[in-house]
Design a protein around this ligand. Structure first.
Ligand code: ZN
Length: 419
């Protein structure tokens, strides 16, 4: 999928979401249906084709290519992983696993670059045939950049997606719908603009401290405001906040605000919580489809849940969004983000507690603007007694703000110097 289509789709979703937001629907309990599926009976590969057979109908399939090593992955929604595999043709080996409760993932390890050029379900919906062609490496790399291709069975033979027990549609107040937040600082559009995003808000408190009940949404808002005030002292940057009060903003709107304002930098402020109360210190995250470690992956999953109330995704995005492969066009943005992350850690170290190995990466929805350098700053742990008293105090918030403001100053000074 190219970048243009990706954004067109996002816009369409945003529009739909605003339409939904216009009305408040009653809460309707829906009977939950048992998990659907579709167990995979056999996966076989040969020259020219991959065939997947199911014992019942499934919802849909998504195919994508991955490198290092070269492989093709097939996610089948509404299916259970099975056992029998028969590699052949350019396919060396076939693996299967349950990706989540509703999705089975098949991974085909390739002996040589090959791509899926098309796919169809049989008329009864119980088998999927993918056309496979051996290609040059450049064509394979192109396929990796394109992300997922969806294949849907004929209507009459399509399993329903699993139903949630309750469905709730809540009115969503979005900045994007109602006009963009105000920009503070000099009225000079040539000055760099930084968007500070206070994590969580409204019905979503984020982490809650087991020590004094401090809530992440309040701590992040206080820090965001302190950062804004500290930055404005320099008179050399402009600042906007994604929220300046206790309201809920869906994750996609947070980065869309930065994009629409043409921001030069986006910083999302958070304060995590961990079962291990000894865990302490700040960490800076940047975007990557592949998480740096298990903990970063779990954290991203937790933060990405901010969009979900009672099983309904207010972001209007399905799980595919988090697995869309990052396009190469994002590489420059990612490099600038990584440079800023290092700088922020350098400036933060004398001011506050910072963890070892403190630049990590994972697939955070809020960092997905393809053209705005973005970092997520987990300022510390509300589950740690020392961290929470620091982060909830105005002295601590001042120190965090100074660190962020210093890093921003150096960042833009460098960017201007190398222009
Ligand atoms: Zn958070």
């Amino acid at each position: 999928m190219d970048e243009k289509n990706f954004w067109t789709r996002t816009t369409a979703r945003t529009h739909k979401r605003h339409m939904l937001a216009a009305a408040l629907f009653a809460t309707l309990p829906v009977f939950s249906s048992p998990a659907i599926g579709g167990a995979i009976q056999q996966v076989s590969a040969q020259d020219g084709a991959i065939i997947v057979q199911f014992d019942d109908i499934v919802e849909k399939a998504a195919v994508f290519a991955l490198t290092g090593p070269d492989r093709i992955a097939v996610d089948v929604s509404g299916a259970k992983a099975g056992f029998t595999v028969q590699p052949g043709g350019p396919v060396l080996n076939i693996r299967q696993g349950q990706y989540n409760a509703e999705t089975a993932r098949i991974v085909l390890d390739l002996a040589e670059p090959a791509i899926v050029t098309g796919g169809t379900f049989s008329a009864d919906g119980k088998s999927l045939k993918l056309s496979l062609s051996s290609v040059a490496r450049t064509a394979f790399s192109g396929a990796v950049g394109r992300g997922k291709t969806q294949i849907v069975p004929p209507m009459a033979f399509r399993a329903e997606p699993p139903k949630r027990r309750y469905e709730v549609t809540a009115p969503i107040r979005t900045n994007v719908a109602k006009g963009l937040p105000k920009i503070s600082g000099p009225a000079d559009a040539s000055l760099p603009l930084v968007v500070i995003d206070a994590g969580h808000g409204g019905h979503d408190p984020g982490a809650i401290s087991p020590h004094g009940g401090q809530r992440e949404k309040e701590v992040t808002l206080a820090i965001a405001k302190a950062v804004r005030d500290e930055m404005l002292k320099s008179g050399r940057v402009r600042v906007a906040l994604t929220r300046d009060n206790d309201k809920f903003v869906v994750l996609q709107d947070r980065y869309q605000i930065a994009r629409k304002l043409n921001a030069d930098l986006f910083i999302s402020i958070h304060a995590d919580s961990a079962e291990n109360r000894q865990a302490s210190g700040g960490t800076v995250y940047t975007l990557s489809e592949v998480a740096s470690d298990r903990e970063a992956q779990r954290l991203a999953a937790r933060e990405n849940k901010a969009n979900i109330i009672n099983g309904v995704n207010l972001g209007g995005a399905d799980a595919n969004v988090s697995s869309i492969l990052i396009d190469l066009t994002q590489r420059e943005t990612m490099n600038v983000s990584a440079d800023f992350a290092k700088l922020l850690l350098r400036e933060a170290t004398p001011n506050m507690r910072i963890r070892g190995n403190s630049h990590r990466f994972a697939s955070f929805i809020v960092l997905k603007a393809p053209d705005t350098p973005s970092v997520l700053f987990e300022t510390g742990y509300l589950s740690n007694e020392t961290d929470v008293s620091f982060l909830a105090s105005s002295n601590g918030q001042q120190k965090v703000a100074r660190a962020v403001a210093n890093a921003i100053q150096v960042h833009f000074a460098r960017r201007i110097a190398t222009r």
